[in-house]
Ligand binder design. Structure first.
Ligand code: BGC
Length: 336
């Protein structure tokens, strides 16, 4: 009796997993087929692989890429992990290489994981442009994005310019395993290194999420209650830092500098809850990355290192900045 029951259970589970396999297998196949036939109507088929699809910063890169794609008759796919995740990211990159698209735009988050795959794509005749984070030892043709070390250095200089007296700094960084995040930290450290009044008390990882940044800030403050300044190295870190300060320490006023002019960060800057922002140009990154892939497909040899501009934005310059960059930072639907 027991044996019969176990057997029926086994048959049931087997049939269930088999049907699921067929269903999802077919769906993937169908989507790929649909993408393939759609791509045939265009001059090129490129894919942009973000660190996470629903991240506001990546949506701005996507917007730039889509507008360039329209201009250059490119069929553009935007595919990536829902939440930042190295193995999922690498899996998607590998799958796109196997799918033989004409060009790929991806980050070079870590040399170990990305360089071999980028080289594999190049070996198969797929052009690769790194965006946002470079893989300088790979055979990628072009990098379009911030000079991450220099941007971190700028953040350190801003802290020196904007503060007086002893500062105890807590750093919230996106990911310890991401090369560009490490460069942003290194640049910052080098800028403040010789100043005796600056002490870097600790560094925690946010996993590039707002809740992760809240947790990281909370942990930093618990371990170092004397922190007087915070540095956030990815787009959502400043939001987490500011949230913890306004709930846990509403009467304190630490210096806060963070990356990226997302609308929420700019609101906090306007309200004086964040003191400075390191500006990157994600719209331009997406736009130019598509342009560079088109150039490569035409057999041209564009400049390898294409740094987009970065600078420090403070409250007093916010209105002017918004006027000059209307629509380019997720603040409006259409750029001028
Ligand atoms: C970084 C991106 C990252 C994003 C996360 C930005 O500052 O340049 O690499 O994905 O923050 O929110």
């Amino acid at each position: 009796m027991k044996q019969k029951l176990a057997f029926s259970l086994f048959v049931l589970l087997f049939s269930l997993s088999f049907s699921l396999m067929i269903y999802y297998g077919e769906r993937t196949f169908f989507v790929n087929k649909a993408a393939k036939s759609e791509s045939k109507k265009h001059a090129y088929h490129f894919v942009l692989i973000p660190e996470e699809t629903d991240n506001e910063y990546w949506r701005i890169i996507e917007k730039g890429a889509r507008e360039a794609a329209e201009k250059y008759d490119v069929y553009l796919e935007y595919l990536g992990p829902k939440r930042a995740n190295m193995s999922e990211h690498v899996r998607i990159l590998d799958k796109e290489i196997a799918g033989k698209v004409d060009g790929i735009m991806t980050q070079g988050i870590s040399e170990d994981h990305f360089t071999p795959l980028i080289n594999k794509a190049m070996d198969r005749g797929i052009s690769v442009v790194t965006v946002d984070a470079d893989a300088p030892y790979s055979r990628r043709k072009v990098y379009v994005g911030t000079d991450n070390y220099a941007a971190g250095f700028l953040a350190g200089q801003a802290l020196l310019e904007d503060t007086e007296g002893k500062q105890v700094v807590g750093i919230v960084t996106g990911r310890f395993d991401a090369s560009h995040q490490r460069l942003r930290v290194q640049g910052f450290r080098d800028a403040v290194e010789k100043e005796k009044r600056i002490e870097i008390a600790g560094i925690k990882e946010s996993g590039i999420s707002k809740t992760g940044a809240v947790q990281a800030t909370y942990d930093l403050l618990k371990e170092h209650p004397d922190i007087t300044a915070f540095y956030g190295t990815s787009a959502l870190d400043g939001l987490g830092i500011a949230r913890v300060i306004s709930t846990m320490r509403p009467n304190s006023d630490p210096y806060i500098i963070t990356f990226d002019t997302l609308p929420e960060n700019m609101d906090l800057l306007r309200d004086g809850k964040i003191d400075a922002i390191v500006v990157q140009h994600p719209y331009e990154m997406g736009y130019r990355a598509v342009e560079m892939l088109v150039e490569l497909k035409k057999g041209n040899h564009p400049e390898r290192l294409q740094y987009t501009e970065s600078h420090i934005l403070r409250q007093k310059d916010l209105d002017q900045f918004l006027k000059e960059n209307k629509g380019l930072f997720g603040d409006e639907d259409d750029p001028d």
